[in-house]
Design a protein around this ligand. Structure first.
Ligand code: ADP
Ligand code: ZN
Length: 584
């Protein structure tokens, strides 16, 4: 991949440029802040957003390079309202656009798209609205194909410009313009007419990935050589990343957190993220009994309590805020020294965002992620209704599970950032552990078979039960009438069955591994009150021949063997493979 060779520049110049634009004091600043709060219901700008908005409002062309989930849409949605005219958004993905339009309409913003599915009436309404300069219409989304193919569309846009209504053109996923980009699309070639045809209208380009090659290409292609480039440094070099297994009871976990705070972050400010309101309250309470100035924060609190809590944290009266993800606002507190995730976040994007609230002042800070099998199922039943919810969740599970690859490499891979070896400097738990460069993999096919046997045995028992209507032993799981087994139950039974040979940690790791590798998969059942995750046989198991080795990497071979069996000598062979194999 040619593009991954190009280094990412974080040179001074770009910081100077950014500082010039990332500030209040423009004639529209007050209104921009008002719109942010009152229209979008957000509290502060994220990195680059304000700079991008100021640039396009000053009629400058700009390129914004910001990770996925970083908040690129706001960079054109907010100017669309500020400029009180039409913003044309060129975006390649119809499905994403539909989501965005729904969201905008919920906020009372008139937006629409023109594509093959648009009804005649809507097309007519839009065409009329964008050619009238007193219209309330604000954002029109089109695909590059539509622009390239529809002369009528171009005519309407020209008319819109003529009446002074067209104010901004935003091009999403602009790296598709470049042959160097990883998903080049020929129809983006047409976009080179925009600058010539719509003179005086600023162009805002947005992308999550752009190496310098792609960037130069894009500027040439679109005729915006002088465009301002805003790029968020992806690597947060002052953050130290660490993953810790959540062992024992919830109480023990909180005790461990308390000990860490006392030993490593005495007198320093931090955030603990929990999954639910309940967890927040419990963790905060328990920390308090251990002498830590902590307070919970979640969306169910009275607004006044919330802001009081926030204030006392900002001022340092409270050392630790224990929050749900609802706590995102006003975290421009620069001296957050640690962010601890008491529970798995729902995606790598979320993790990057939430952990990234540490160390905004550039001084060292620590991000700790606690993780255990059971937390996967708590999250999965919550995110399963989102289109890519499970895939996103499994990515962060993989981040936590994979104990042999630098955490930063994982993040960079995820965000498709070109990796620089100098980025980590042993500032993650993986790199810190001096590794011998070898990854141990062991064949877990027998254990996997044992897990599947438990799942299938349970199914049979349940089928039997539903026909017989009594089978006391299984009454518990029969309550929901599913005839299936939860991941937690599977873990308990498997650990019991393998207890002569394998440690509980091993069994936990095995189930995660089998899920990540699709030997097992989650299956969701809906009750009136909740969604329950069960574990069933996955696609890879269905084509497994029963003979091949199934290789799972282990951190510590000894740790995978149960205390009961370490006395007996074991015949299992350990397969040594190189780190590189493990990565691929
Ligand atoms: P991108 O296009 O960069 O992938 P989006 O524009 O879809 O990201 O934004 C990702 C999420 O971040 C959205 O849920 C959005 O509401 C949220 N978001 C954007 N800007 C802000 C902000 N200033 N404060 C809080 N949340 C924000
Ligand atoms: Zn590292």
């Amino acid at each position: 991949n040619a593009s991954s060779k190009i280094e990412l520049k974080t040179n001074e110049d770009s910081d100077v440029v950014l500082n010039r634009w990332d500030r209040d004091g423009f004639s529209w600043s007050q209104e921009a802040n008002d719109i942010l709060r009152n229209k979008f219901h957000l509290d502060t700008f994220r990195p680059l957003q304000r700079a991008a908005i100021n640039a396009v409002m000053s009629k400058e062309d700009a390129v914004v390079i910001l990770i996925t989930g970083g908040g690129k849409s706001l960079c054109y949605q907010l100017p669309a309202l500020l400029a009180k005219g039409l913003t044309l958004v060129v975006s390649p993905l119809v499905s994403l656009v539909e989501d965005q339009i729904l969201q905008l309409r919920k906020l009372g913003i008139d937006a629409s798209s023109l594509n093959a599915n648009t009804s005649k009436e809507e097309a007519k309404r839009v065409e009329e609205a964008i050619t009238r300069n007193d219209s309330e219409f604000r954002l029109l989304y089109v695909t590059p194909e539509k622009l390239a193919k529809s002369k009528r569309m171009m005519n309407k846009l020209e008319k819109s410009l003529a009446v002074g209504f067209l104010k901004l053109i935003a091009i999403d996923k602009v790296h598709c313009c470049s042959q160097w980009g990883h998903d080049f699309r020929t129809d983006y070639g047409f976009l080179n007419v925009l600058k010539r045809q719509f003179k005086g209208v600023p162009i805002l380009d947005l992308t999550a990935t752009a190496t310098s090659n792609v960037l130069d290409d894009v500027k040439d292609m679109l005729g915006i050589q002088a465009a301002l480039v805003f790029r968020a440094g992806f690597n947060r070099s002052n953050l130290k990343y660490q993953v810790l297994p959540k062992k024992g009871s919830e109480d023990e976990c909180v005790e461990e957190i308390a000990a860490i705070i006392k030993q490593r972050f005495s007198g320093e400010t931090g955030i603990i993220y929990c999954l639910s309101r309940n967890d927040c309250e419990k963790v905060a309470k328990s920390l308090k009994t251990q002498g830590i100035r902590a307070k919970h924060y979640h969306a169910y609190m009275e607004p006044n309590d919330r802001s009081a809590c926030h204030q006392s944290w900002i001022s340092g009266k409270i050392q630790v805020i224990v929050a749900t993800v609802a706590f995102g606002m006003g975290i421009d507190k620069p001296d957050v020294r640690f962010v601890i995730h008491h529970s798995l976040p729902k995606s790598i994007e979320n993790y990057y965002q939430e952990s990234g609230r540490a160390g905004r002042d550039g001084r060292p800070a620590t991000c700790i992620l606690y993780y255990r099998l059971a937390d996967i199922f708590k999250q999965s039943s919550m995110v399963q209704q989102e289109r890519t919810g499970i895939a996103n969740l499994y990515n962060i599970v993989n981040y936590a599970y994979e104990s042999r690859i630098c955490r930063r490499v994982k993040l960079a891979e995820h965000f498709e950032e070109a990796w620089e070896p100098s980025w980590c400097q042993k500032q993650c738990d993986v790199c810190e552990k001096a590794t011998d460069g070898e990854t141990k993999s062991i064949d877990v096919s027998e254990e996997a078979k044992a897990a599947v046997k438990i799942i299938e045995g349970r199914l049979k028992a349940e089928t039997y039960e539903t026909t017989k209507h009594h089978f006391p032993e299984n009454l518990n799981s029969a309550k929901d009438g599913s005839g299936r087994i939860t991941g937690n139950k599977l873990f308990e039974l498997l650990a019991k069955r393998l207890k002569e040979k394998r440690s509980r940690e091993f069994c936990e790791r095995l189930i995660v591994f089998l899920l990540l590798e699709s030997y097992l998969q989650e299956d969701f059942h809906y009750t009136v009150y909740s969604v329950i995750s069960y574990v069933v046989v996955g696609s890879k198991w269905r084509v497994y021949n029963g003979r091949d080795e199934i290789l799972m990497t282990v951190d510590d071979e000894k740790g995978s063997i149960s205390a009961a069996s370490s006395i007996k000598s074991r015949k299992r062979k350990a397969v040594i493979s190189s780190d590189e194999d493990a990565i691929s």
